[in-house]
Ligand binder design. Structure first.
Ligand SMILES: [Zn+2]
Ligand SMILES: [Zn+2]
Length: 421
């Protein structure tokens, strides 16, 4: 999972983002299709930029550059791409490079500011913890002094007041960068004392004080022992939550027409009866800060009981270009199985999600009366992106989940385009 946060220095944070933009080219995918989907990538990046979502915009531009400046050349069928298309690719890259550079500078500025704010925040937290710790130690000492009778000297050193290092606050702690780590309630931290002997005396004195406090109410001391004093605990390895930014966040909401699944299932009825899967492409438009599914395209396809694939992807792109429809995901049936994403489905969804982070996969399982609306989790994007296997193969659990950024809207209608006829 890609986590970036202001605890990281700005250049490291930008590098993380850049590294996570890199994707591999699938050697089994028609190289022509990369150019077509590359155009969508640019469109999506531009729309993120308009929305002020600089990180997503930068990642998509970098993804485009990675594919067309580098990865596509390793495609086994690269030579099949005609020179005119290669020229088009390099023209696109020339336009996008300065754009990506500009966004990178903007991100560096933003991250530098956030990192500076973070350091101030951490310093404040540490200062506060240090103050509380001093206060607690002082109170504990005072209580121990009150509760230790002068007539009963400490067996080891002849009395608490005789421990030189415990005489005042200044002597109690030595500055130590590790002092805030693993702060244990009621006890000094590892590394905060100069002499192990002092620790033993301190612990002995505290135990004695606790025993006396527990023996009965004392007019001169509160009833609780030192171990009940709440002590702040600051651990540098645990960052404040509000600073962490998983890259899965910032997705624009996607509106799914309520009637979509029903309409799709009607078209899939004949295939369902033969236990053959049916698939469709979800397309639509960007409206303000939302994505709306307005058109369902059923492409020419081949299917089996557990697979389904478009047989002419170019036709889908042509159709989308003609009506200016952007790709928002896909839908398919599981005629006999439940609603989930198989390994083949996850690889398919990966292809959609790298181009459009909001893309969803809807699975209709009529036999089980289930409809699932899924996306790959950040872990899923990592694992599937690095997997070169094809066909059905095992994968870890938890790589996909119910999408959190979609809403069903009964007021939106969907147009169906069945290209099979
Ligand atoms: Zn499936
Ligand atoms: Zn895989």
């Amino acid at each position: 999972m890609i986590m970036t946060g202001p605890e990281m220095e700005a250049p490291t944070r930008v590098k993380r983002l850049t590294d996570s933009s890199i994707i591999n080219v699938d050697p089994n995918r028609n190289p022509h299709l990369y150019l077509r989907s590359g155009r969508e990538l640019i469109r999506n990046a531009a729309s993120y930029q308009e929305d002020g979502q600089t990180e997503h915009a930068y990642m998509l531009y970098m993804r485009f550059l990675t594919i067309f400046l580098d990865k596509i050349r390793t495609h086994p069928r690269y030579n099949e791409i005609p020179p005119s298309e290669r020229k088009l690719m390099s023209d696109y890259c020339n336009k996008i490079l300065p754009q990506a550079e500009y966004l990178k500078k903007e991100l560096l500025k933003k991250y530098e500011k956030e990192h500076a704010e973070y350091l101030v925040h951490v310093e404040l937290l540490e200062k506060r913890a240090e103050e509380l710790r001093r206060k607690e130690a002082k109170e504990a000492r005072e209580r121990a002094a009150r509760e230790t009778p002068k007539s009963r000297p400490h067996p080891a050193v002849g009395g608490f007041a005789n421990i030189p290092s415990l005489r005042n606050d200044e002597d109690l702690f030595v500055p130590n960068p590790d002092a805030l780590v693993n702060l244990t309630p009621g006890l000094p931290m590892h590394g905060a004392w100069t002499d192990p002997h002092d620790i033993k005396c301190y612990v002995d004195a505290m135990e004695l004080a606790e025993k006396e406090a527990n023996a009965g109410p004392s007019p001169s001391a509160p009833p609780q022992g030192p171990s009940t004093i709440p002590t702040p605990s600051v651990d540098r390895s645990t960052k404040p939550d509000r600073f962490m930014t998983p890259m899965s966040s910032g997705l624009r909401p996607i509106v799914v027409p309520t009637s979509l699944a029903t309409q799709f299932l009607r078209l899939a009825q004949a295939n369902n009866a033969r236990n053959v899967e049916t698939c469709g492409v979800l397309t639509g438009k960007i409206s303000g800060a939302r994505l709306i599914i307005t058109d369902l395209i059923i492409p020419k396809q081949t299917g089996s009981s557990d697979t389904c694939a478009a047989s002419n992807e170019m036709e889908i792109y042509d159709f989308q270009d003609k009506y200016n429809l952007i790709t928002l995901g896909w839908i398919h049936t599981h005629p006999s199985q439940t609603a989930f994403l198989s390994s083949v489905d996850m690889h398919n969804q990966y292809g959609y999600q790298v181009m459009m982070p909001e893309a969803i996969a809807i699975v209709c399982a009529p036999k089980h009366n289930q409809t699932g609306t899924f996306t790959l989790t950040p872990e899923g994007m990592d694992e599937i992106g690095n997997c070169r296997a094809s066909g059905f193969h095992p994968h870890a659990k938890g790589l996909f989940g119910e999408a959190q950024h979609y809403t069903l809207d009964p007021s939106v209608s969907v147009k169906v385009h069945d290209l099979r006829n």
